[in-house]
Design a protein around this ligand. Structure first.
Ligand SMILES: C[S@@+](CC[C@H](N)C(=O)[O-])C[C@H]1O[C@@H](n2cnc3c(N)ncnc32)[C@H](O)[C@@H]1O
Length: 300
């Protein structure tokens, strides 16, 4: 009997102590800023849908997922690119990130005398070119041309995203292009740009573009269905170009195309010193597509 009374007292005391402790811990946690953060949004489903687009073949390839742009269309979308290629020699290197079938490189290396590639070839000859694509879209033509050129003049890397390569695997480049490649498709924009710039030699240039964005010149139609958005911590719109210009060790030039079907920024980023550092952004939204819809927030 005695035993059971003391147990009862012990039990209610213990309970009271537990409640007091729980309240104290919660108060401490709030004070220390441990308030429960909402879980970061997850995009697994959308990323899986995007992977399906990358892997699509034949009739399953969505109409907007174009993988065979010619060198001529690269030249129209990347101001300055042709001149840069022409200024280089045969031991210099060009990386095309998101090369699709690698048609632009094939055109550059085309044997025909009147080919577009001749326009961009300097007196020192053609640069070595590397095509990178997540999925392997090499054609028979690619295989034949690579074999006939030999000596790894043109290489095709597939099966991985840019972030999955060690920098030693890739080496350094004088020119990097990206036409609706990783820059338009990545879910890690700041990481992608930083890795790309680290692959450039100092003095090298990264040529890219991005469509359906807030343009540097402010002339985009505000009713645009924006695909890549950048906001600051209070939700105010920022511009891709303005953000890139805050990167250390680069000079950025942007050409805004407000009269194209979708407002498009043509971008050239020249690396001017070694310690590139890109202001971080975090992913707020990713919707699979060609290209995907993305929203990023600048980190403080
Ligand atoms: C729409 S295609 C563009 C192909 C080519 N540039 C053209 O204009 O015809 C997109 C390409 O980007 C590649 N890609 C997307 N994200 C990438 C990443 N993070 N790293 C490497 N390649 C990527 C895809 O695998 C594909 O080859």
């Amino acid at each position: 009997m005695r035993h059971s009374i003391s147990t009862k007292i012990f039990t209610s005391e213990t309970l009271r102590l537990a409640v007091v402790l729980a309240v104290a811990v919660q108060a401490l946690a709030l004070g220390a800023g441990w308030a429960q953060e909402p879980a970061p949004p997850r995009f697994d489903e959308e990323i899986a849908k995007q992977q399906k687009i990358f892997n699509s073949r034949g009739a399953d390839v969505p109409e907007g997922y174009i993988t065979g742009r010619t060198l001529l269309s690269y030249l129209q979308m990347l101001p300055g690119f042709c001149g840069s290629l022409g200024a280089l020699g045969s031991s210099d290197r060009w990386l095309d990130i998101g090369a699709g079938a690698g048609q632009a490189i094939l055109d550059y290396y085309a044997a025909e005398a009147d080919s577009t590639g001749k326009m961009c070839t300097g007196s020192a000859g053609k640069v070595r070119a590397v095509a990178m694509s997540i999925e392997d879209r090499r054609t028979d033509k690619w295989h034949r041309r690579a074999a006939s050129l030999g000596d790894d003049r043109i290489r095709y890397l597939a099966g991985k995203r840019l972030r999955q390569y060690a920098s030693e695997e890739l080496g350094k480049f004088q020119i990097i292009t990206d036409v609706f490649g990783g820059f338009s498709y990545t879910d890690d924009l700041s990481g992608f740009v930083e890795r790309t710039l680290r692959l450039l030699e100092t003095g090298g240039v990264f040529y890219t573009l991005v469509q359906s964005v807030h343009l540097e010149d402010g002339k985009d139609n505000p009713k645009t269905a924006y695909l890549t958005e950048l906001v600051d911590a209070s939700g105010r719109d920022d511009k891709i170009c303005a953000w890139l210009k805050r990167t250390a060790c680069v000079e950025v030039s942007c050409e805004s195309k407000s009269n194209w079907n979708a407002p498009t920024e043509l971008i050239a980023v020249k690396k001017v010193c070694g310690e590139v550092s890109v202001p971080r952004v975090k992913l707020l939204k990713y919707e699979a597509g060609d290209p995907p819809g993305r929203r990023f927030e600048l980190e403080p």
